[in-house]
Ligand binder design. Structure first.
Ligand SMILES: Cc1cc2nc3c(=O)[nH]c(=O)nc-3n(C[C@H](O)[C@H](O)[C@H](O)COP(=O)(O)OP(=O)(O)OC[C@H]3O[C@@H](n4cnc5c(N)ncnc54)[C@H](O)[C@@H]3O)c2cc1C
Length: 481
């Protein structure tokens, strides 16, 4: 593969100002928030579907891999290639492909380009008093629709409406040869994207695919009216053992729009730590929202003590503002390692995570690594997610991926040791989750997919990849493909 020739061809498509080959940029795009990989040959930033199609065709014809990247707020090696077997690659930064193409209140759909942020979608749809049914992860000011659908994600509206994938009606995807595949009713001649299950669900193929099957260039999301009524409540519990049945009950009820359980930070390893639960309820009228909350309070019963709902109230009044940095308030690095569990499996997950933390307690204490644990309802499933906090070697993205509101302490002599210990704990979390059969979002190259999935299923997926990407150049290695 002749890198200079590929770059020259890309320059004719994009103009030289949208191709970056300088050492600093390549270094920055070789890292996510946790992993470092091989520097790419170039970073390109196309602004149209045509430019993406031509660029992908140019790269794959020359034998260069294409690593798609949106806001870059991942931590699972989704767009970086760590390890020995990195393929010469171009990073395709989608953030210039950022138009809201159509808000259609008649059909209750919004169609956007994949580099659009969730905040841009929220602002455009709010003009019509509408919103996407899942209206973004907490990083929605910076994370893109394309990256979020390729990772799948959850937060706003997720207890009621599930994950981002559940909001999608169709996608447009560029395959390795530059051709454009359209899914859902948008693929019918003379039709539009309003109905996902038009024949087999080809849309689903491209959701949570980590970009292995193609570059998303557009997506259509389902809309709903912004509810007129909203209320919030918070509760504290004597222990995680008391919190878990409560959050399961709220999840099963379908009465909350968001429902989050969080342990105090640091969790310590004390089972009696006082976790809290934060709930937002909505309704067509305020009376309906209040009635939903009253039912939840009854479901929780005496186990939970109501406290000031400052947390959910603040989150809702500042969507996409309450998380402004990948560093915590003390300037430490923080990293999340989640599993998606059935509602009935939350206790097993909790015990599994706690045992991993206990196994590493001595190292954590010596290296001052702290942990907490969070739970979040996502439709009929539950995300359980320990968070680790430590003074490590911050990456570029810790400073420029979001608003830089907190400075990290300069790395000391133990930073590398702490980073390595955090990696060891994350790997142990993943092994534990494999044993109990957890599902994931944000697979990247970190969470195992192919190696833990039934072989007939993986074989089908490999065949599909082969037809969209015969040389295996679209984000090689993600999902273990
Ligand atoms: C502080 C913080 C808070 C977070 N909070 C949440 C949260 O509330 N909920 C949640 O679910 N996650 C959360 N995350 C994780 C992250 O924000 C989400 O996964 C987000 O959706 C990623 O979007 P992105 O645009 O940054 O994707 P990227 O990180 O850029 O990419 C994600 C994956 O998608 C691929 N990709 C990117 N664009 C495309 C495309 N157009 N076509 C095909 N493949 C593509 C990439 O190769 C990569 O594999 C958080 C992260 C941080 C740092």
């Amino acid at each position: 593969m002749e890198a200079e020739k590929v770059i020259a061809e890309l320059e004719t498509i994009l103009g030289s100002e949208h191709i970056h080959v300088d050492h600093d940029t390549l270094g920055q795009f070789a890292e996510d928030l946790f992993f470092s990989g091989s520097p790419p040959i170039a970073v390109i930033a196309p602004a149209s579907v045509e430019e993406i199609s031509k660029s992908v065709h140019t790269c794959t014809t020359a034998g260069a891999a294409v690593l798609p990247r949106g806001g870059g707020l991942s931590y699972t090696a989704g767009y970086v290639q760590p390890g020995e077997d990195a393929v010469p690659a171009i990073v395709l930064d989608t953030r210039r492909l950022d138009r809201v193409l159509e808000v259609n209140p008649d059909n209750m759909t919004v169609t956007v380009e994949s580099g659009c942020t969730w905040e841009a979608v929220m602002n455009a749809t709010a003009e019509h008093s509408l919103r996407a049914t899942m209206f973004g992860p907490s990083t929605g000011r910076y994370s893109t629709i394309g990256g979020s659908l390729s990772n799948n994600c959850m937060f706003f509206g997720s207890a009621k409406s599930g994950t981002a994938a559940d909001a999608v009606l169709g996608v447009d995807v560029v395959a390795a040869d530059g051709s454009i595949v359209v899914t859902g009713s948008g693929a019918i001649q003379n039709s539009s994207p309003y109905f996902r299950n038009n024949g087999p669900d080809l849309t689903g193929l491209f959701l949570n695919d980590a970009g292995a099957l193609g570059i998303k260039v557009a997506a259509t999301l389902r809309l709903e009216p912004i509810p007129n009524g909203q209320t919030a409540a918070s509760f504290t519990f004597a222990s995680f053992a008391a919190l878990i049945p409560a959050i399961q009950a709220v999840g099963r009820s379908g009465l909350a729009s968001e429902c989050l359980g969080v342990g105090p930070a640091p969790l310590g390893l004390a089972a009696e730590a006082n976790p809290s639960l934060h709930v937002v309820c909505e309704g067509w009228t305020q009376e309906i929202a209040d009635a939903h909350l009253a039912a939840i309070i009854e479901l929780i019963g005496d186990e939970g003590t109501q406290i000031d709902p400052a947390v959910p109230t603040f989150i809702r009044s500042n969507p996409f503002s309450f998380v402004q940095s990948p560093l915590d308030a003390k300037g430490r690095m923080q990293i999340w390692t989640h599993g998606v569990f059935p509602l009935g499996g939350v206790k097993e997950a909790y015990v599994g995570f706690l045992n991993v933390l206990k196994d590493h307690a001595t190292d954590m204490e010596a290296l001052e690594i702290e942990a907490t644990l969070s739970f979040a309802c996502a439709g009929q499933a539950m995300m359980v997610e320990p968070v680790l906090y430590w003074h490590g070697r911050a990456k570029n993205l810790h400073h420029n991926g979001m608003a830089a509101v907190t400075d990290s302490a300069p790395p000391d002599e133990n930073a590398d040791q702490r980073d390595a210990c955090v990696r060891k704990i994350r790997d142990a979390f993943v092994s534990m989750m494999d044993e109990i059969g957890a599902a994931h979002m944000q697979y990247g190259r970190f969470y195992p997919y192919a190696s833990v999935t039934k072989k007939e299923t993986v074989s089908l997926l490999r065949n599909i990849k082969q037809s969209l990407d015969p040389e295996g150049l679209l984000n090689p290695g993600v999902l273990g493909l």
